[in-house]
Write a protein that binds this ligand. Structure first.
Ligand code: URA
Length: 229
């Protein structure tokens, strides 16, 4: 199954590279479908590739990506353990915000990636990515906690956990401690999110609440152990 998932994600990346459904497809250097572990529990979703990503064909390889790596390291994670992708797969010229029509043209790819990855937690990075999941939510209110409102695109059992975009913290240093705190909160939310995810998939469908809580405690322990390393 992991190999099948990796193959399906790779096939989707080929489709994305060939896509010309909006003008961005003809303007970019290369598409940026996303990358990471096909079995990642944590999926980080950015807005759209910038110049560095357009040149490399990989997400978050510029300054914001370096900060993202550092934030992940705070909770004992490295890039190959998570999955990183963008709502829009091709770079908008001059790094402008993607147009609603461009987001709509790419929405099917995002939907299929989410259906394949089925992550435990999706962390939309910043307001534009958050809008793809919760159109009316404000990042200033929703960051740093599991999102409680209605969402779209989110697979059943997946927890949405919005974060500020790392680029926002590069522009406004005052946001950086908030982003670091929010990363810690995300790590602490993981055990409960895993339980929700398992129940939704029927893995713990027959489990009693105490079994779910015991599993969550074990997860918490594992997390502390990996954080201590
Ligand atoms: N910002 C994004 O939203 N995505 C990237 O891949 C890089 C910067």
């Amino acid at each position: 199954m992991p190999d099948e998932r990796a193959a399906a994600l790779a096939a989707l990346a080929v489709e994305i590279e060939a896509c010309r459904a909006c003008p961005l497809g003809s303007q970019r250097t290369q598409s940026v479908p996303g990358e990471g572990s096909p079995n990642a529990e944590l999926l980080l979703v950015g807005e759209a590739p910038g110049a560095h990503e357009d040149a490399a064909g990989r997400p978050f390889v510029g300054a914001a990506g370096k900060l993202l790596d550092l934030l992940l390291s705070l909770i004992g994670l490295q890039r190959p353990q998570v999955y990183v992708l963008n709502v829009v797969k091709c770079r908008p010229p001059e790094n402008r915000d993607p147009e609603p029509t461009e987001i709509a043209a790419c929405a099917g790819f995002l939907e299929r990636q989410l259906a394949l990855l089925q992550p435990v937690i999706i962390a939309p990075l910043g307001r534009h990515a958050l809008r793809a999941f919760a159109p009316d939510a404000k990042i200033s209110e929703a960051h740093g906690a599991p999102f409680q409102g209605a969402t779209r695109q989110t697979p059943a059992g997946t927890t949405l956990f919005p974060l500020y975009h790392p680029a926002a913290a590069l522009h406004n240093g005052a946001l950086r401690p908030t982003l670091e705190r929010d990363m810690g909160a995300l790590a602490r939310a993981l055990p409960a999110a895993r339980s929700t995810w398992r129940v939704a998939r029927g893995g713990a469908g027959e489990a009693s609440l105490s079994e779910i809580e015991a599993a969550a405690e074990r997860d918490q322990l594992r997390l502390f152990e990996s954080e201590a390393q």
